[in-house]
Ligand binder design. Structure first.
Ligand code: TYD
Length: 223
C-alpha cells in the first residue's frame, strides 16, 4: 500500500452459524457510538463484481469445480474488494469491519479443502493482500454452528441458493474450525478467540475488550 493508512482494519471469522453477521452489526454500532466512522462489509460479495462471484461460489449446484478454481474465485473477490472498498475507506480514516477475509481462505480452502499453504500464500503475496489489524475468531462447536446456520437458511428461504458449505459433512466443518484455531495459535496478537456460545449480549461483552485494545494500540487513541 502506497499511501498512509488511517482507519482500523478489523475482520470477523468463524465457522457457519458462529454469529458473525449479528456481532458485526453490534461492533459497528459500538464504534459509531464512540464517534468512529465505520464501514461494515463482507466476503464474498463486498462489491458488485463480488456479488456475482458470490452467487457462483455459494450456489449449491452440481457443477464440479477444482479446489484451485474455487480458490482463484475467492481471491478475485478479495482483490476487487480490497481495491474498490477496503483500501479507499482506510485511506479516508474509516474503520473497516469485514465479515470474513483471507483467514477464511486459509481455513476453508487450505485447512478443509487441502490446498497447500504455500500455494495460497504465494498468491496472496503477489496480490499484496493487506493483513487486518485485528481479527475476532468466533469459536463454536461445529454441531451447534451448523444447526444455527440451517435454521437461519430455512427461515430466510436461502437453503437452495447459498447452501454450498452448509451441505458439507460435519468433518469438513471440524477441519475448518481446527484450521482457524491453528491460525490463532500462529498469530495470537492479531487473532483473538472469542467463545461464541451464549446469548448475543454475552458474546459481544467478550469482544469489546479486544476492540478497545486495538483502538488504543493501533490508532493510538484511548476510548
Ligand atoms: P458467509 O457469507 O460468511 O456465510 P455464513 O454467514 O453462513 O458463515 O460465507 C460464505 C461461505 O463462503 C462460507 O461457507 C465460507 C465460504 N468462504 C470460503 O470458503 N473461503 C473464503 O475465502 C471466504 C471469504 C468464504
Amino acid at each position: 500500500m502506497t499511501s498512509r493508512r488511517r482507519g482500523l482494519f478489523l475482520t470477523l471469522e468463524g465457522i457457519e452459524g458462529s454469529g458473525k453477521s449479528l456481532q458485526i452489526r453490534r461492533i459497528e454500532a459500538y464504534l459509531k457510538d464512540k464517534g468512529m466512522h465505520c464501514l461494515a462489509t463482507r466476503e464474498p460479495g463486498g462489491t458488485e463484481f463480488g456479488r456475482a462471484l458470490r452467487r457462483v461460489l455459494l450456489h449449491k449446484g452440481s457443477a464440479s469445480r477444482e479446489p484451485l478454481s474455487e480458490l482463484l474465485l475467492y481471491l478475485a473477490d478479495r482483490y476487487q474488494h480490497l481495491k474498490e472498498v477496503i483500501l479507499p475507506a482506510l485511506e479516508q480514516g474509516i474503520t473497516v469491519l469485514s465479515d470474513r477475509y483471507h483467514d477464511a481462505t486459509r481455513a476453508y480452502q487450505g485447512g478443509a479443502r487441502g490446498i497447500a499453504e504455500t500455494a495460497i500464500e504465494t498468491l496472496a503475496l503477489s496480490l499484496d493482500l493487506l493483513e487486518p489489524d485485528g481479527t475476532i475468531l468466533l469459536d463454536l462447536e461445529p454441531e451447534l454452528g451448523l444447526a444455527r446456520a440451517r435454521d437461519r437458511n430455512q427461515l430466510q428461504g436461502s437453503s437452495l441458493e447459498e447452501g454450498r458449505f452448509e451441505a458439507e459433512e460435519l468433518s469438513f466443518h471440524k477441519a475448518v474450525r481446527e484450521a482457524y484455531l491453528r491460525l490463532a495459535g500462529r498469530w495470537p496478537e492479531r487473532i483473538r478467540i472469542v467463545q461464541a456460545c451464549g446469548t448475543p449480549d454475552e458474546v459481544f461483552s467478550r469482544i469489546t475488550p479486544h476492540l478497545e485494545e486495538w483502538i488504543t494500540t493501533v490508532l493510538g487513541k484511548g476510548l
